[in-house]
Ligand binder design. Structure first.
Ligand SMILES: [Zn+2]
Length: 362
């Protein structure tokens, strides 16, 4: 265990240097590009600058503003599709093991199929475990037959044609189940819609890295989806995951813009990937244990964070978590925070459908 941990730490620091140095090269390039764009588009900026800025940060700073004409294009995401996804997921309750949860997974898979992903559906049994967050029982994920309450599924989409072993994987995740008696709009249909939109925009990344998009089932049942996912990996598969970025409760209109939460409130490789994009630098970092699937990755020694809102408002896990409480600007904020940071860190990310309105500019 000890030597394994040392090896993983070393691997991560090597990856970190590579990611950050690639980031610096990109920043230099982007800064030069921005200077040229500022010069050529300065007449248009006054019209849209303020509105655009609020989507990036809650603490305005002139230095963070990207030229308006460019950002305007970035913000033209397809709201209708995002809204449809949230509405579709909220038509039926998606509590663990329910018909609604099964239908939600099938719907997400159909979208990923459309975007050309190879997917894998993992079925797992769940039980009602007590004190799951304690170290002693955290990895007891396979209940005895008499304790099984039902089955749920994780859906995994690979960013490349074939799953390649021993590569540097960044797992981006969101749970699609919800609490009983709740439509689960903010927790976490909005997060699923954001993740699907990020997935739609990416086709592939550089040879050195791989992005996996995972839609976890059973999060509301003691993080059972992510715990099962990690437990099924062998040692080398676990080592190949260098970071987890999770999305959970991002879009309630009465709450602030999303911030990053890590288990100990400190920076790690996952936060560095996101904050190396200049527009994300002002996003606040706070501590949160056990509130979402990022906790499972941290327990497995994988740097992680969850993008979410604070305070954890009263509407989640209740009938009040309905679609009319969703703030589309916050969903778009999350999509941009992720896609821009990933694009900056992984130089040859290819974006899909770049000519279609509402997609990212290259
Ligand atoms: Zn949640």
């Amino acid at each position: 265990m000890g030597s394994g941990k040392f090896y993983l730490t070393r691997i991560i620091s090597i990856k970190e240097e590579k990611i950050i140095s690639t980031g610096f090269r990109k920043i230099l390039f982007i800064q030069i590009a921005i200077l040229i764009l500022v010069f050529t588009t300065s007449c248009d900026q006054s019209k849209t600058g303020n509105a655009i800025y609020t989507a990036y940060s809650t603490t305005p700073n002139k230095e963070n503003i990207t030229p308006a004409s460019n950002v305007e294009k970035l913000l033209r995401v397809d709201e209708e599709r995002i809204n449809d996804t949230i509405a579709k997921l909220c038509t039926e309750n998606r509590s663990v093991g329910s018909d609604g949860e099964r239908k939600a997974a099938d719907f997400i898979k159909s979208q990923l199929d459309k975007y050309g992903y190879e997917t894998e559906m993992e079925t797992f049994p769940y039980s009602n475990q007590k004190n799951v967050l304690s170290r002693e029982t955290f990895w007891d994920v396979f209940p005895s037959e008499d304790k099984v309450l039902g089955y749920s599924r994780n859906l995994i989409a690979y960013s490349r044609q074939n799953k390649i072993e021993e590569t540097n994987i960044i797992v981006i995740s969101a749970h699609y189940d919800c609490a009983k008696s709740s439509p689960g709009a903010n927790d976490n249909a909005a997060g699923v819609a954001a993740l699907l939109e990020v997935a739609r925009r990416f086709k592939s990344v550089s040879k050195d890295f791989q992005v996996e998009f995972i839609f976890f089932g059973g999060e509301e049942m003691s993080l059972s989806g992510s715990r099962n996912y990690i437990c099924r990996l062998n040692k080398s598969e676990k080592k190949s995951i260098i970071a987890n970025i999770n999305i959970d409760t991002i879009a309630n209109k009465d709450d602030d813009y999303p911030i990053f939460f890590t288990v100990n409130g400190k920076e790690n490789l996952a936060t560095k990937i996101l904050t190396s994009y200049k527009g994300n630098k002002k996003i606040q970092l706070e501590m949160a244990c056990g509130i979402s699937d990022h906790f499972t990755f941290e327990q497995a020694g994988i740097p992680s964070l969850t993008i979410g809102q604070k305070p954890i408002h009263q509407k989640i896990h209740s009938p009040k978590d309905s679609i009319d409480t969703i703030d589309m600007e916050k969903v778009k904020f999350t999509i941009l925070a992720l896609t821009q940071a990933l694009k900056q860190n992984f130089s040859d990310i290819i974006l899909l459908n770049t000519k279609e309105p509402g997609t990212m500019v290259q």
